[in-house]
Design a protein around this ligand. Sequence first.
Ligand SMILES: [Zn+2]
Length: 195
Amino acid sequence: MDKSRYTLGGATWINLLNTINKKREDLLLDHKKTYEWLVENHLLRSGDSEALDTPETMQSLVKDMKELRNLCEMVMTEIEQQGKLSPRTIDSLQKVAEQLRVIVSVVPSAEKIGLIHQGATLFDHVRYHILHSILHTLKHVHPDRIRKCEHDECILHFLDTSKAGKRRWCSMETCGNRQKAAEFYARRKKQKDTD
Ligand SMILES: [Zn+2]
């Protein structure tokens, strides 16, 4: 499978939302795909891959991710409907933040020194990055640039980071071409009917 689908949302929280695809298939029901999704979204610390070999750990992580995904869904719905978050959703985000245990370390490197934030556990790590991603998007991205794919049957979302701001599809290869083909045949049919 094309793994670019795991990251086409352009922000980790939207990528999590997109784990339910257009056919309403839930990627999180599949442990292998969930693992790939976590890797592609850079959400695993060193040692986490081994820990996820234990099915129980994977199952509880998935349970956690589904709860986070519900929160992401609430955020997305409110942005789409009112362009901002309700006090209730802000409160839910605050609750996630309150429970987080994050370790901050200074990472020296040859080029530049920096700070990294890592969850104390894998669960904290995933929660922290999803929360961070939501707040980063809300702070830096205009609601107009948070889009749903225009294909009728598609439910995937993405951040439009294009310069012109005219991105319409989650992916040109799938939805874009399919929709364009559909529009072409619809036009041709209309033309034929009027001939
Ligand atoms: Zn699409």
